[in-house]
Design a protein around this ligand. Structure first.
Ligand SMILES: Cc1cc2nc3c(=O)[nH]c(=O)nc-3n(C[C@H](O)[C@H](O)[C@H](O)COP(=O)(O)O)c2cc1C
Length: 202
């Protein structure tokens, strides 16, 4: 087991995987880590599709502009946002937060009117707005995977429409990223990062 600091420092994007399968109980643990992520209004809009089947993995790699290494992973997690689920869940979840006194009533009202406004914009515009919630859940998966010796790689360079066609999903599902995951067959050096002084806005 590592500390959170060690996990953050140790993680790398992995693009070469062993063929060894991932036990189902590990996948359950990863999804549980995702489930526990924070989200705006506690709306929890994340939804995940677990893909192990080779033909579907190949189709996903193709949808990701032929990033062929994706299909070599034993599992690909397709990470999505459920737009209707978000719109339905956000009001009741913020009211729950209001009831327990976690947020003030006036904030509940603002959240309610923001959600109403969101309903009036096109469904295509909502996905990117709520993707941050899913991103946090994805990173929970990425870090928890290290506990099982698993590596992964965020894939956002993907044709969302093609992914939806593979599964027959409608516009209610917004595809945030693919996450190929497996036992690493490479151990990359630390990748270049900006210095602390370069990430501060004066
Ligand atoms: C939002 C996001 C999208 C990314 N999309 C891709 C991708 O489509 N293909 C890929 O090979 N890597 C992708 N990456 C991985 C980055 O290239 C990688 O995080 C970066 O080069 C730093 O390397 P490290 O993760 O090993 O520290 C993505 C990472 C993030 C966070």
């Amino acid at each position: 087991m590592f500390t959170t600091k060690e996990a953050i420092e140790k993680r790398r994007s992995i693009r070469k995987f062993k063929t060894e399968p991932i036990p189902d109980e590990y996948i359950t643990e990863l999804l549980n880590a995702a489930r526990l992520a924070p989200s705006g209004c506690n709306a929890q809009p994340w939804r995940f599709k677990i893909v192990k089947e080779q033909e579907t993995k190949s189709k996903l790699a193709y949808a990701a502009y032929d990033q062929s290494f994706i299909a070599e992973a034993p599992v690909i997690i397709v990470c999505c946002a459920d737009i209707q689920g978000y719109l339905n869940g956000t009001v009741s979840a913020s009211q729950d937060l209001g009831k327990i006194g976690a947020i003030e009533d006036r904030i509940v009202k603002i959240l309610h009117s923001r959600t109403e406004q969101m309903k009036s914009i096109g469904i295509h515009e909502i996905g990117p707005r709520i993707a941050a919630n899913v991103a946090i859940a994805i990173e929970h998966i990425v870090l928890r995977a290290l506990d099982f010796g698993l590596g992964s790689c965020w894939i956002r360079l993907v044709d969302e429409q093609k992914v939806k066609e593979i599964f027959g999903w409608d516009d209610n599902i917004y595809v945030v990223a693919l996450l190929p995951i497996g036992y690493p067959a490479e151990f990359p050096e630390e990748r270049k990062r900006l210095k602390l002084k370069d990430i501060l806005i004066e």
